[in-house]
Write a protein that binds this ligand. Structure first.
Ligand SMILES: [Zn+2]
Length: 485
């Protein structure tokens, strides 16, 4: 075995040491590297291609629904941040400050944006005069910095991360609420239709809202290790930010009114969820919707039939390319097929074509699915169409496995001991009746670091029991407890 062969394998176990396994997949699949500063990563081209793929889908949907892209400075004057006190309090411990320009100390410190409400809303207020300027919907693709003291986990926990942040202003609460839900639905869709991960839409409890928001909604995804990931959030901000930044407009009667605003964001944590959910002990598993290469063709030749096999493989690659399929023909001489199989499995290519002298002779192709190794022999003719069915089949397998994990891991509990025992034993979500008091959550959090990751979106939904499972007071809503990333 050469050194290369050893380097290819994933040595950590997904079941027994999911954290180490995850880091190994990210590094060995060539998605990211650790930066010299703790908390930062370098996104390699293969990792960045995933982000671009996600971006393509979401950005299209945003634009179809009225959002326009813009770009605001990465640095925000301290006095701007201070105008909305909840933002200051909420983010203060995590803000990175620029204090010098060259050798000179700045008159006013500049925050590297932890989020951009405090620089975007003041400009919206300049651009909005009357109700005819509304709704105003802006989005920016950028990075933010939140200086959290925590272990670096590529794509899940990093001090700087890539995201998009949408910011909108509306005449009425109803319109702003509709906007909040439109974005939440788009996030649900990107998880379910692009990342092959089912999610649960919900609302964050009052004490865990975005600072200054009226309502924070979330899509939560369950990872195979039983922890929940907050996939993306969409906030109805009420009128607090508009008031703080003078975002007023004149209505039909020439009366001055305060706008209602929203903000919504999805970060590259979605990629972390993707890698964590689908990958296995051979490496990364990526759905065809996002894979930088959807098909890899591995020709298998002997010296005497090399030309024949290779030219057959090249013809197939051309057909696929013409049909818009992202295809890679691995015709390297110096590597044997077994090595190539392992390498492309590690890199997550969802579909492999194996082509040897038999395939050439019978005008066929052996098609192998990455997630489960299933192989099917297909006719060479119409392969550019047939391959789409394989993409769908691979996607469905991935989605169904994730869905089964979710469905099997939502359990109910009706006492403090039951909540602790159920999460302790199984992980996953525990649904329970809750009084709405943060102290009751703290009792669980202190014991097993599980928290309320969401409550139902509908505020009027009846709680799943009459009494809070923790304190026995009257229940106000259903809480979903889980450990989370
Ligand atoms: Zn309680």
């Amino acid at each position: 075995m050469s050194n290369d062969d050893q380097e290819l394998g994933i040595t950590e176990s997904k079941s027994y040491s999911p954290g180490d396994w995850y880091a190994e997949v990210v590094l060995k699949a060539g998605l990211a590297d650790y930066a010299p500063m703790g908390g930062f990563i370098v996104t390699r081209p293969r990792g960045y291609a995933l982000w671009e793929g996600l971006q393509d889908h979401l950005d299209g949907w945003f634009k179809e629904t009225g959002a326009q892209n813009a770009y605001f400075p990465a640095l925000i004057p301290e006095s701007y941040l201070e105008r909305e006190s909840d933002i200051v309090e909420g983010f203060d411990p995590e803000v990175a400050w620029v204090t010098h320009g060259g050798h000179d100390e700045l008159d006013e410190r500049l925050a590297f944006r932890p989020t951009s409400e405090s620089i975007i809303t003041p400009f919206m207020s300049q651009w909005v005069r009357s109700h005819r300027d509304l709704p105003l919907r802006l989005n920016q693709w950028c990075s933010v910095i939140r200086w959290e003291a925590t272990d670096t986990k590529p794509f899940f926990r990093t001090k700087e991360f890539l995201w998009q942040e949408g910011h909108t202003a509306h005449e009425t609460e109803e319109e702003a609420w509709d906007e909040t839900m439109t974005r939440l639905e788009q996030y649900q869709r990107v998880f379910e239709e692009v990342l092959a991960i089912p999610v649960m839409p919900g609302r964050k409890p009052e004490h865990d809202k975005f600072p200054g928001a009226d309502t924070t909604t979330t899509v939560e995804a369950l990872m195979p290790d039983g922890k929940s990931v907050q996939g993306a959030t969409s906030h109805y901000l009420g009128q607090g930010f508009a008031e703080a930044y003078d975002l007023y407009f004149t209505d039909e009667n020439e009366d001055e009114r305060v706008a209602h605003t929203t903000s919504w964001g999805l970060s590259w944590r979605a990629l972390g969820a993707l890698i964590m959910t689908h990958s296995d002990e051979q490496g990364f598993v990526c759905p065809p919707t996002l894979a930088p290469e959807q098909v890899v063709i591995v020709p298998i030749w002997q010296e005497e039939n090399r030309e024949e096999v290779l030219s057959y493989a090249e013809g197939i690659a051309e057909d696929l390319e013409e049909a818009g399929v992202r295809v890679e023909l691995d015709d390297r001489d110096e590597r044997n097929p077994g090595f190539k199989f392992n390498e492309w499995e590690l890199k997550g290519v969802p579909v492999r074509f194996e082509i040897g002298p038999h395939e050439v002779e019978d005008d066929e192709i052996t098609v192998v699915h990455r997630p489960d190794g299933e192989n099917v022999v297909e006719d060479r003719a119409d392969i550019a169409e047939t391959v789409e069915d394989h993409f769908d089949a691979v996607f469905d397998k991935m989605y169904e496995a994730a869905e089964e994990n979710l469905e099997d891991n939502i359990r109910e509990a009706d006492s403090r001991a039951d909540i602790l025992g159920t999460i302790g034993q199984h992980g996953g979500y525990v649904k329970t009746a809750w009084c709405g008091d943060e102290d009751c959550e703290a009792e669980i959090k202190d014991q097993i670091s599980a928290e309320i990751v969401m409550v139902p979106l509908d505020r009027d939904e009846e709680p799943c029991g009459d009494e809070c499972s923790i304190c026995g007071d009257e229940a106000e809503e259903t809480a979903y407890f889980a450990k989370s990333y």
